[in-house]
Design a binder for this molecule. Structure first.
Ligand code: IPE
Ligand code: IPE
Ligand code: MG
Length: 232
């Protein structure tokens, strides 16, 4: 199962407590650890987390810097845990605007966890679905070749596989019901799950609730159900 999560609501969580937004991000990073551990106990083999969008660069420089620092710290501390838990960690998105220190931390984490086979954890950083689709289209010499186009989308995002993988369940915390430029191609047939729970308050039981809800959905991909077909 490919589960993707838009981890939203850190700023509001902090504001409600009279704390700076960055304090919400610190709590949010802790929840990532909890959710990765919880995902190991579920039938999830790919987990893609939205950590920083291309549009997030428009936030105040101090918040951007705090987020990127936190992200680097997360990579440095979590790599060992990922190795132990046999989690493969990779980062998707653009890499041309990240600091050399952050780039080095990403490459080290990806290398150290490359053989992890229990769960593939992907963190989206400086990510924009629209940008990757546009850029793939402009790099393509054979626009009608779908496989080539998909390969290029992944190349733009530094994703390791040859084609994007469809999302089965998309979760967004924080109460907003939108995609905010996340995995637009991959979510074509995703089941969407929105919760008002702010990301720093999200936990294993929240993930379990989303998965239980998902289990009750009927995915048809444009077809009609077998029972309905028999009735006709
Ligand atoms: C999500 O929380 C984290 C990032 C976008 C990096 P926000 O920072 O968007 O928190 P809210 O939506 O303002 O509460
Ligand atoms: C989406 O959240 C990006 C991440 C969670 C990293 P935003 O808070 O940036 O999205 P909008 O602005 O509410 O659409
Ligand atoms: Mg937000």
């Amino acid at each position: 199962l490919h589960v993707a999560i838009i981890m939203d609501g850190n700023g509001r969580w902090a504001a409600r407590r009279g704390m700076p937004r960055s304090a919400g991000h610190v709590r949010g990073a802790r929840v990532v650890r909890t959710i990765v551990a919880a995902a190991l106990g579920e039938r999830i083999d790919l987990l893609t987390l939205y950590a920083f969008s291309m549009d997030n660069w428009t936030r105040p420089p101090a918040e951007v810097a705090a987020l990127l620092r936190l992200f680097r710290r997360y990579l440095l501390t979590e790599t060992r845990r990922c190795v132990e838990q046999r989690v493969r960690l990779s980062v998707i998105g653009r890499r041309d605007r990240l600091s050399p220190q952050l780039l080095a931390a990403i490459e080290r984490a990806e290398e150290a966890t490359a053989t992890g086979s229990r769960l593939h954890l992907r963190i989206a950083l400086d990510y924009s679905a629209r940008y990757s689709i546009m850029e793939a289209a402009s790099r393509s010499n054979r626009p009608s070749d779908m496989q080539e186009f998909l390969r290029l989308i992944n190349e733009v995002n530094h994703a390791s596989t040859s084609a994007p993988r469809d999302v089965d369940l998309l979760i967004r915390t924080g109460g907003e019901q939108r995609l905010s430029d996340f995995l637009l191609w991959e979510c074509a047939y995703a089941e969407l799950y929105f919760t008002d729970c702010l990301w720093p308050d999200f936990d294993a039981s929240g993930l379990a609730r989303a998965l239980a809800d998902f289990a009750g959905r009927h995915r048809r991909y444009g077809r009609i159900e077998a029972a309905a077909a028999r009735r006709n």
